[in-house]
Design a binder for this molecule. Structure first.
Ligand code: GRG
Length: 274
């Protein structure tokens, strides 16, 4: 994955180096999910899913750059190093995010083969990262004065994180030409995995270590965020995380042992320390 991403940024103008600074490192969960789902759905041509997988990582990186900006979460540390606005400037960080967002769709849509599938991927991804997904989730996340209750929490987690993780799995199914109902069920499994992902993110913000996380823990509490530990307590959050993991695995298991890898990724997310 890292090599494929590196290739997307080599031999281009110097701004690609600036953008690559933020892309370099990270867990690569979203592209890994796309590839795992593609292969589990019977996809055989890794070259066809790779640009889609890279595009997902670029969109995710864009969201991290903008999330760290002083006007958003104001975080100086990301992926174990200075965040983009600290390393460059706020203006360059904003432009890096903008550049990555556009470049992602260029990569996804490039080439004459599999036009219909690529259009479906562009549609599915743009739907969940926009005002009915990540952007909306971020608006909720930075809004003050909301009631810290289960409903608000679910809405933030679902939009900010879960839909994007779910679509990463769905696009693997689309590129493998899986039946629509299978892609839909996998998306639902991905929602459970995505909720689990944000639960563990919230928990790690309380109990995680900076050198492992590569980002600053304790930010949620400092910013008065509505998180799973705030709403349910640490033990309640852990319990619910386990329930989401079990639900996700149950849905993956429906499609047989080819999907074991997605169950294993679910366990990794449940037990992660970074
Ligand atoms: C339109 C995509 C888009 C963004 C604009 C700034 C913004 C709106 C949204 C921020 C969304 C955000 C940062 C959600 C948090 C999701 C999350 C848990 C991020 C951490 O992901 P990891 O742990 O990070 O996968 P690494 O560094 O490992 O890739």
């Amino acid at each position: 994955m890292d090599v494929a991403l590196e290739r997307c940024f080599s031999d281009r103008n110097s701004f690609y180096d600036t953008m690559y600074y933020s892309v370099d490192s990270g867990k690569r969960i979203r592209p890994i999910l796309a590839i795992a789902s593609y292969e589990a759905c019977g996809g055989m041509d890794i070259e066809s899913i790779m640009p889609v997988a890279c595009g997902l990582e670029l969109i995710h990186t864009y969201s991290l750059i903008h999330d760290d900006l002083p006007s958003m979460d104001n975080d100086d540390f990301r992926r174990g190093k200075a965040s983009a606005h600290k390393r460059f400037s706020e203006a360059v960080a904003i432009l890096s995010g903008d550049g990555l967002f556009a470049y992602a769709f260029e990569l996804i849509s490039k080439g004459k083969e599999m036009r219909d599938e690529k259009i479906a991927v562009v549609h599915a991804v743009s739907e969940v990262v926009g005002p009915r997904g990540v952007v909306y989730g971020q608006v909720l996340d930075i809004s003050n004065g909301q009631e810290p209750n289960p409903k608000t929490l679910r809405s933030i987690h679902l939009n900010k994180t879960a839909k994007f993780i779910a679509v990463s799995i769905k696009v693997g199914a689309i590129m493998a030409r899986a039946p629509k109902d299978k892609a839909y069920t996998l998306y639902q499994a991905g929602i459970c995995l995505g909720m689990l992902f944000q639960y563990t993110d919230d928990i790690l913000d309380v109990i995680g270590e900076k050198h492992k996380l590569g980002k600053t823990p304790g930010k949620d509490q400092a910013c008065g965020k509505i998180t799973a530990p705030v709403v349910y307590g640490i033990d309640g959050a852990r319990f619910r995380a386990m329930r989401y993991a079990a639900l996700a695995k149950q849905k993956f298991a429906r499609y047989g042992s080819q999907f074991d890898i997605l169950a294993q990724i679910t366990d990794f997310v449940l037990n992660r320390t970074y």
